[in-house]
Design a protein around this ligand. Structure first.
Ligand code: SF4
Length: 236
């Protein structure tokens, strides 16, 4: 069931590739329309970039260490390192840049293990989340859908509590979810938050494997949005 949850969560990120005209969008178009015009081209570009990247070589030994680790905390720490190693070559050809914090304003699901690691690094005590999900309670597709809705309920448009001056204040300790969200476009157009339409689809690198491994490594944890573990004024 956990793998189904992961697959469902990530399926919307998979876009069919097709090539369209590179004609520039009309300048008077709003952000949402500009994003719709860009998406097909960005999707094709993302797929072409991935053809030239050796994706898993650097991550493999770190993943193996995660599998061998005895405690959930150790498994998660190795998994975080593996996620960073996996993401590095993708980031080199992607749109993500220091000082860009769009993805720190969207829902960020973390585990109680990651919350403890973040709390230790930041000198904060994680709070019991109000909207937590336990994997063991998900026994049907309806349960999974409800859990996804719950986990996405807070976060959109709200800054992560660890974002300071558009920089991550816990960068070395950031969760797997943050390490694996890489936009493969050439710029941040599709990550921007449009007021005139729904959030755009973004050609993220396919990180379903890491999400599945993260769930498997800590199946007994509870999962919630990072803002739920670390509430701040305005984010509650
Ligand atoms: S932990 Fe860091 S990278 Fe992740 S959402 Fe928060 S500020 Fe952004």
């Amino acid at each position: 069931m956990s793998l189904a949850m992961v697959a469902a969560e990530a399926s919307h990120l998979k876009q069919e590739a097709w090539v369209t005209s590179r004609a520039a969008p009309e300048p008077e178009l709003g952000l949402a329309a500009l994003q719709r015009a860009r998406l097909p081209e960005a999707t094709a570009l993302a797929e072409s970039k991935l053809r030239f990247i050796g994706l898993h070589a650097a991550a493999k030994p770190l993943l193996a260490a995660s599998v061998r680790a005895r405690t959930a905390t150790q498994r998660v720490v190795w998994l975080q390192r593996a996620a960073s190693a996996w993401a590095r070559p993708i980031e080199e050809v992607g749109a993500c840049r220091g000082g860009c914090a769009h993805c720190c304003h969207v829902p960020v699901t973390i585990s109680s293990v990651e919350a403890d690691l973040l709390g230790r690094a930041a000198g904060r005590v994680p709070q019991p989340p109000e909207h937590a999900v336990q994997l063991a309670t998900l026994t049907s597709e309806e349960d999974v859908a409800a859990a996804q809705t719950l986990l996405q309920a807070i976060g959109t448009g709200l800054p992560c509590p660890f974002l300071q001056g558009n920089r991550c204040s816990v960068y070395e300790h950031r969760p797997v979810a943050c390490r694996t969200l890489v936009n493969l476009d050439d710029d941040d157009l599709l990550c921007r938050h449009a007021d005139d339409g729904p959030p755009a689809s973004v050609p993220y690198a396919d990180a379903r494997m890491f999400r599945a491994l993260a769930l498997a490594a800590q199946a007994g944890s509870e999962f919630a949005d990072i803002r739920d573990f670390f509430p701040t004024k305005g984010n509650e």
